[in-house]
Every structure is written in C-alpha cells, then in structure tokens.
Ligand binder design. Sequence first.
Ligand SMILES: *[C@@H]1O[C@H](CO)[C@@H](O)[C@H](O)[C@H]1NC(C)=O
Ligand SMILES: *[C@@H]1O[C@H](CO)[C@@H](O)[C@H](O)[C@H]1NC(C)=O
Length: 399
Amino acid sequence: MNERLQKYLYILVCMLIVIRSTEGFFVDITYVQSAVAKGAVCLDGSPPAYHFDRGSGAGINNWLVHFEGGGWCNNVTTCLARKDTRLGSSKEMVKQVVFSGILSNKPQFNPDFYNWNRIKVRYCDGSSFTGDVEAVDPATKLYFRGARVFVAVIDDLLEKGMKNAENAVLSGCSAGGLTSILHCDNFKALVPMGAKVKCFADAGYFINAKDVSGAQHIENFYDDVVETHGAAKNLPSSCTSKGKPSLCFFPQYMSQQIKTPLFITNAAYDSWQIKNILAPGVADPHGTWHNCKIDIEKCSPSQLETMQGFRTEFINALTGLGALTSRGYFINSCYAHCQTETQETWLRSDSPVLNNKSIAEAVGDWYYDRHPFQNIDCPYPCDKTCHNRIFDPHENPSE
Ligand SMILES: *[C@@H]1O[C@H](CO)[C@@H](O)[C@H](O)[C@H]1NC(C)=O
Ligand SMILES: *[C@@H]1O[C@H](CO)[C@@H](O)[C@H](O)[C@H]1NC(C)=O
C-alpha cells in the first residue's frame, strides 16, 4: 500500500471512530409479551416495550430505568388519534433507538452511569403510566392501562436481574420525567430493600399556570387526562386525599410527600410549557406568539416580560418540592425541553452549566452523595451556555 493511501485510510478510520463515539449507539427493542396476559398493554392492546443495554464491570448491579416522553391524550378523540402511532402502539415503534447522554455507554460521556444497566421504556399509554380502566369500549378498542404497564415493566426488569440491584435510578424526560416523579415511591417499593434508590426527572416539572388568555388550560387538560385514564386511584394518596385528585398530576402539589430522594432538571422557560401551558394555540387565536415559540430570540419585549413572569411562577411552584437536602434541582434559563438524552446538553465541553457544573456532574454528585446541588439560574438571557431550541416554523408549534 502506498503511503498516501495509507494516510487516507488512517484519516477515514479516525473519522469513523469520531462518528461512532459522538453519535451514541443503537439499542434493540424488547417487547414485554408477558404483560399482555396481565392486561398491561399500550392504547391499542399491543405489548409494552423497552430498549435495554446491559451493565458491565462495577455497574453490573446498578439499574437506570428511564421513561420516554411524548405528551398525553386527554379524551377518546385524542387517544384514538394516538392509538396507531408509536405513542400508542408497540407495532408502530422503530426497532432500535439511539442511546446517548444519560443512556451513553462511554465513561467520557456519562461518567457515573455508563456501565449501569440502562433501560429506555417506550411510552405508549398516553397517561404518564397512571391509567387503569378495566373496561374496553368495543367501539374504540382503547386500553387505558398505563399504571399496569409500569408495574409489568418493572416486574420484567426485576426478573432480568434488577432483583439484585444495589443502586437504582428512576428517570425520564417530559411526560416520562413526570412518570419518574409520580411513580418514585412505587419504584422504591418494588426494587429490593437495601438498594440505594433515587429518582431524577428531566423536564417533568409541569406547572399549573394560567395561559396568556387567563384560562386554566393545563389544569383542565390534566382533569381530562386523569378522568379519561381512570388515573386518580394511581396517583399518590397522600395528595389525592387532600383535594381534587387531578391536581396531583402536578408535581408542585404532590412531590413534597415523596419519601425517596428526588432531583429535578428543568429549564425555567421549558419550551414545551411555553408552547402548551403559557401560550397554547387556543389562547392565541391570532398567532401572535407563533414566532416567539419557535425561537426565543424572536420574542417581543412584552412577550419576554410574560415569559419572565412564567419563570417566576415556575420558581414559586418549585417550592412544592420541599426543602429536604435529599432534593436536588438544576433549573437553568434556557429555552429547552429535555436536556439529558442528548450528549450536547448532558455532558460535553460546550454543554449547559450552572455553578460551573453540567447536568451530568450535578446529578452524579447528588446521586453518589458527593455534593448536594440546588441551583436556579439568573434570568434569560444571562446564561451563555444554553442550547436554546429553535423549532421548524412549518411544524405544528404545539408539538
Ligand atoms: C378532546 O381534547 C382536545 C384537546 O384538548 C379538544 O380539542 C377536543 O375538543 C376534545 N374532544 C372532546 C370530544 O371532548
Ligand atoms: C469550572 O470548571 C472547570 C472544569 O471543571 C475548571 O477548570 C474551572 O476552573 C472552573 N471555573 C470556575 C470559575 O470555578
């Protein structure tokens, strides 16, 4: 081989290594067939599913169970629309997903969890895994069984080795982040006694704020979710005994009662919350918020003022977490939603930091009791480390 060709091949191999090591890796789907007999199924009756990468070495008895997000369906119409999509049926799910960020298997990208057993649980019930209605309407054939899916998936993982867990984390992003809050103590109760168990929610702290028209849009929406899925009986009774059960879908009203250590990562200007809680389409019939929701830099001064007000409400709602030192939080001032599943926001040389710590460092320090972490960023636009989302103007601004 001549020298030039050799050099060329060398460069090519280096490039391939760089691509492989930066872009995560694919993990196959596993269907939980045994769940079907228990009636623990997706909206369409298909088995639930997850993606599982086995731990190794010192991480062999450590388990990170991470729940996928994807909003909610609040009534028969929206649940029917979801039923034959990947968010309602395992028949529609891709067979492989990319593991990166908190799911990465590389020490340099995920120093505290890379060698753990890492599971991404697919979301196909539309209720953050809280629903349980026995009856199935023959006209719609919709199954509302999210809470059963949660138990069936955890049982399956216990069988696969989690029964020997020494360390365990329940995590998730968006509706999956909410799952990790709502089910935190349930998870603790299901894994072996003596295991060190903590919960970590990314972009799951949805707040009860009025929209820009003054309506209680998200509160009404959650009322419908809880009603449609029969979820009230599966929300923490320490909260539901005190008032309207559907309010217990909001972390601010129920998280104080959680006994297991809990960490919240959230952007104060969470882009999903701005688009769907503060300025949903129904509250903005003339679309004056359209450009602002796509790109925070396009917001008018008065819209930014409204968003600062939302941040203040968010910070007030965060007091619902309680003041325990076992609580952790990383609230940055980015326009973002879910910052743990992508490498650039979880841990990279240019990833967001707060108090000079990336989310990966803050969460790892908190989990391993190296250092508590309770920090809230200064208001937008002070933080230059943000990876602010810019949405495609053609996509539905509410999704
Ligand atoms: C279902 O919910 C959607 C979204 O909130 C709403 O637009 C629609 O009117 C509701 N449909 C029914 C039948 O209640
Ligand atoms: C921030 O962290 C980096 C890397 O951990 C360190 O080199 C730097 O000195 C820190 N800066 C401050 C201001 O603490």
